[in-house]
Ligand binder design. Sequence first.
Ligand code: OSB
Ligand code: MG
Length: 383
Amino acid sequence: MTIKDSTIPTRLRPGVRIESAELRIVSLPLLTPFVISTGTMTARVFPLLVLKGEGIEGVAEAVMDPAPDYLEETIPGAMAFLRDVLLPQIVGKRFDSPYDLQPILSPWRGNRMAKAVVEMAFWDLWAKSLNIPLKAALGGTGDHVDVGVSLGIAPVETTLERVGAAVEQGYKRTKLKIAQGHDVRIVEAVRAEFPDIKLTVDANTDYGMADLPVLQSLDAFALDYIEQPLGYDDIHDHAKIQRSLKTAICLDESIRSARDARKALESDAARVINIKVGRVGGFSEARAIHDTCAAFDVPVWCGGMLESGIGRAHNIHLATLANFTKPGDTSSASRYFARDITNEPLEALNGEMPVPANGPGIGVTLDRDYLASVTVHAEEVTA
Ligand code: OSB
Ligand code: MG
């Protein structure tokens, strides 16, 4: 006798069938413009994906910008790739685990942020189908992660006030955005007032080989690391300058895969790596990078892209893995937004961000009313 698939109770069937996908573009105003070497953000604009199946929903947000200023991907490009290529390949199909998405995702070149939003939404859906927290599905433990703040480029006085507030609130690390002409002076001023805090800088690719003397003068300030001084597609030249620096280099933009991480670590181009799950194409690759770094005894930390509560929740669960030993960028959502699209507030206390646990999966839920009011585009993909 054959049993019709639909007669088997959902929880006894492996995996989840994706019945439909809801794809939106959301625009959340930022309380304060965020300035980095490549530009200024006044709102966090992002694609949001909800995968639906068997009465449950998996949610994720994407991290590409409207224009290609952090990396190559753009929101218009990602929307087209998701709508026309990726979502039609997965909607209407059952997947036993997130790994079973790889044969569909990996043949396509690049577009890691677009692949990541699909993969991450399915991880959430899958963890919910198993009734476990996302951290457990990923192999992480603990009920909070250590976090610091990332402070945008601002005048010295403003920066000193912002550092003071972060220190007061107990954040475990302060990262200053730097750019040519806004580097040694700002770091010197912050160090003079805060001699003992854990301090880092992030150049977002603003320097070249000829700027080595400037980077060397940052060696005087006991920084924990200098993040991504050189080109977004470079590893080799970072290895060359690391030899002439006392301070560790941390790579962000340059690391898209575990293979990139291996190349960087084999050549001593980085002594710390920032993992952003969107940048690297999803949790499977994020975990592979985490494991590669652990094998080289190199610490990692979880970066951020000014995410809403949805992306923040994903980041926090990821950061519960063992080799995330440096404080991440997932600070309180209230530092960025007057109101978030999640019902649960994501607030750090004394530099510790609780792992959201309102139900299985990512542990946060969408505030559907507010989401509707900040949605600038919405579409549905069905089988
Ligand atoms: O390089 O980490 C970066 C924000 C936008 C683009 C690039 C970066 C950042 C941040 C923000 O540093 C970190 C956060 O989410 O608070
Ligand atoms: Mg960075």
